[in-house]
Write a protein that binds this ligand. Structure first.
Ligand code: 4NP
Length: 153
């Protein structure tokens, strides 16, 4: 299975989700790969935000190998599941869908924790380090549920 996490800049939330997920996948020995992308081109080729790296380092997760890239419709062909971090990302991805099966691959990450509530992972970019701790906690909880869901089906 191939999962893509998507936010706006691909330097805060989606690389954090990628790092958290791949860490859990490795620990569990699952056959799932994870990539991430941004709906914008603001930070193409950029390292994850230093605050995202710091918070993940505190949990022994290294994402210094990741670089920003922009989401493209080709991603619908590559990935089985596309996880939007917030409602704007969700709408932006769906607007690029070419067929119904593309639409069906897109879900909001937090719906795995709070079914059907369409809760966003708040954008931490203009916040302080605590915003990044909050993002970590939300993604950590939601990805536990996500992995339970995809491994039980
Ligand atoms: P992300 O955060 O979408 O979680 O990577 C952002 C990063 C950069 C910007 C906005 C959000 N920006 O406006 O540059």
């Amino acid at each position: 299975m191939k999962i893509l996490t998507v936010c706006l800049g691909n330097i805060c939330r989606s690389p954090m989700a990628q790092g958290i997920l791949r860490n859990k996948i490795k620990k569990k020995g699952l056959k799932i790969t994870v990539d991430s992308a941004g709906t914008s081109d603001y930070h193409v080729d950029a390292l994850p935000d230093p605050r995202a790296r710091k918070v993940l380092n505190e949990h022994n997760i290294d994402i210094s190998d990741l670089r920003g890239r922009q989401f493209t419709p080709d991603d619908f062909d590559t990935f089985d599941l596309i996880l939007a971090m917030d409602e704007d990302n969700y709408e932006n991805i769906l607007a690029q869908a070419r067929k119904n099966s593309d639409n069906q691959k897109v879900e909001m990450l937090m719906n795995y924790l709070y079914t059907g509530e369409n809760i966003s992972v708040p954008d931490p970019y203009f916040g302080d380090i605590n915003s990044f701790h909050t993002v970590y906690e939300l993604i950590d909880k939601a990805t536990d549920q996500l992995l339970m869901s995809v491994t039980s089906s």
